[in-house]
Design a binder for this molecule. Structure first.
Ligand code: GAP
Length: 565
């Protein structure tokens, strides 16, 4: 961890924010390379979860008005328990502190924490006693506008921006389920004591897909692609299963095919991005661990030097969010689903008898007759109706019942949501750890970042063998060719060629192109592979096409030119 963190800062991947003022836990700055890697990750994510799904991407504000978070439940339920030391004033997140000091998993309630503190006489690291535990809401609050303003919050997830736009988006999809809506952007959580670098941030990046589906159709036509995928599945009772995703659905370990599909697709995406398959598992949330909105949730976890960390959460949110926003906004967030063929249904209709109603109910008779005509509940020996706020019992002699056939063309439903939610910072960090390696080349130890070629922030480094003319001009000419072809390219003239190779190995650049004496004789250059350190000689004219083929695949450079060493 020390080696990689030192390299990440020194070489321009990432570092703590506000450094020159002493820094602040929970915030990181992405340098040029870190930013480039996260950009590659976002683009790959789009390829998987937008382009290759029936999905669209939107962009909504990072500040939300209070109404949104009252409806979503975050204003009341998005809390952690905090404990503050009476002597030194340090504040800890109770569940983390208790786990660290006592090895006990804690329920996230102030009552439970209070009991643990007293049973184990747990004290602060300084020896001081803790004050009474308190629920702490993780949302950053703000005010919108001058003066007292209107209360608002920085969004704790990008998802709410999607739910509150549901009507317009359903319209875009012409009410045809299933469809997905994505958002990539910042989320904010005022974490109590973030002490794990990039893992627990107060401002971080999410890529979320809200996949809206008919409650009765939690399937996906492409599930067969992941049917036979085996990836460790740890269920909510901590039992590990090494079975295929199809078997996990059949045995009820994963609740339905759609969840299993997104588990499979997430695994595929993460491995393609550079997470090592042997350091990846999926873990189901325990019953007392799930967020307030989830009926089931599986986390993708990557093993790092911080232990197993959650990098993606895949939740079945049911109809929780749409139903809540429907209730609080009073907007109809259901959609009408037309049946392919109308259904014929036998219905009983109530026919009021005016000749009986008139003499008994007089002035109210007409309204009672209307209410009877519109009645759709159980029909017994009497019917109870609300007429102008008055409860009226209407006996059987005041109406007839006839059976008719009705054509039903469809139904109104509130869709369910399956949500794969990706933490881009944690994934970026896990990729960096899984790619970081040391080996020995020509008797010398080197650091090498074995990023997947398609993820590397600098894809090609152009290196003139000597830092003088005509090598440098030729190098610049080739840099321009490669940049015009769309490659992230750097040129480096300084230091011995061996040192320059090491520099680019360390930041994960998959290919170095070298201009040497022979370049001026036959218009060729060498391409060097970061991982194998093999080199081949190729024609400059062919360089862009060769690099393009190499950068999207794991093909061997020896396929493309004569070996050179
Ligand atoms: N919309 C659902 C949601 O936000 P979550 O499990 O709370 O679910 C999703 O967050 C992902 O966001 C997590 O799997 C994690 O990768 C990332 N994440 C959550 N809190 C984070 C934090 N404080 N710092 C960095 N990443 C975080």
């Amino acid at each position: 961890m020390r080696d990689i963190n030192e390299m990440l800062v020194r070489r321009g991947y990432l570092w703590q924010s506000f450094e020159i003022y002493g820094g602040m836990a929970g915030f990181v700055d992405y340098g040029p390379l870190g930013n480039g890697l996260r950009r590659s990750l976002e683009n790959l994510w789009r390829e998987y979860f937008v382009i290759n799904e029936r999905a669209i991407e939107i962009d909504t504000p990072t500040i939300g008005i209070e109404d949104v978070f009252i409806a979503s439940g975050h204003a009341s339920s998005f809390t952690d328990v905090a404990i503050e030391c009476e002597s030194c004033g340090k504040i800890f997140r109770a569940d983390h502190y208790i786990k660290e000091k006592l090895g006990i998993e804690t329920e996230e309630t102030a009552e439970f924490v209070r009991e643990v503190l007293s049973t184990y006489n747990l004290k602060c690291e300084c020896g001081g006693r803790f004050k009474d535990p308190e629920n702490f809401n993780l949302m950053f609050s703000t005010t919108i506008g001058p003066g007292k303003g209107k209360p608002g919050y920085l969004r704790p997830e990008t998802a709410q921006g999607i739910f509150i736009n549901f009507k317009r988006i359903a319209d875009y999809f012409r009410d045809k389920l299933p469809f997905g809506v994505c958002q990539i952007g910042r989320a904010y959580r005022n974490e109590i004591s973030p002490r794990q670098g990039v893992i627990r941030l107060r401002e971080f990046n999410q890529a979320e897909l809200e996949y809206f589906t008919h409650p009765g159709n939690k399937k996906h036509p492409l599930f067969k692609k992941y049917n036979n995928l085996k990836i460790p599945l740890v269920d909510k009772n901590d039992v590990e299963h090494n079975i295929t995703l199809r078997e996990a659905v059949e045995k009820g370990i994963i609740a339905h095919e759609l969840l299993a599909y997104f588990i499979g697709k997430t695994a595929d995406f993460l491995i393609r991005a550079g997470i090592k398959k042997e350091l990846l598992r999926f873990r189901q949330h325990k019953d007392d661990e799930r967020a307030h909105y989830a009926v089931d949730c599986w986390d993708a976890e990557a093993k790092t030097s911080y232990g197993w960390i959650e990098i993606v959460g895949i939740a079945d949110r049911g109809d929780y969010d749409l139903t809540r926003h429907k209730k609080y906004s009073k907007e109809d967030l259901s959609i009408f689903i037309s049946y392919d063929n109308p259904i014929i249904r036998k219905v009983k209709k109530v026919i009021p008898k005016m000749s009986e109603l008139g003499p008994t109910f007089r002035g109210k008779a007409k309204k009672i007759a209307n209410a009877l005509e519109n009645y759709s509940g159980e029909i017994g020996e009497s019917i109870e109706l609300d007429v102008d706020g008055e409860r009226i019992k209407v006996e059987r002699k005041f109406f007839d019942v006839v059976e008719t056939e009705e054509k039903i063309f469809g139904e109104r439903i509130v869709p369910h949501v399956i949500e794969p939610s990706f933490g881009l910072d944690r994934i970026t960090y896990a990729i960096l750890e899984h790619s970081f390696d040391k080996d020995v080349v020509d008797g010398e130890e080197r650091y090498v970042l074995r990023l997947k070629r398609w993820m590397a922030p600098v894809q090609v480094a152009v290196l003139p063998l000597l830092s003088k003319e005509p090598f440098t001009s030729k190098a610049e000419e080739i840099v321009q060719i490669l940049k015009n072809s769309g490659f992230f390219t750097e040129r480096d003239d300084s230091g011995s060629i061996g040192r320059r190779y090491r520099r680019y190995d360390e930041i994960g650049t998959p290919f170095c192109v070298t201009i040497d004496h022979q370049t001026f004789e036959d218009s060729t250059v060498t391409i060097r592979d970061r991982d194998t350190t093999e080199q081949v000689r190729v024609k400059i004219d062919e360089l862009p096409n060769i690099l393009r083929s190499l950068l999207v695949s794991e093909r061997d450079i020896k396929e493309f030119g004569e070996r050179f060493r």
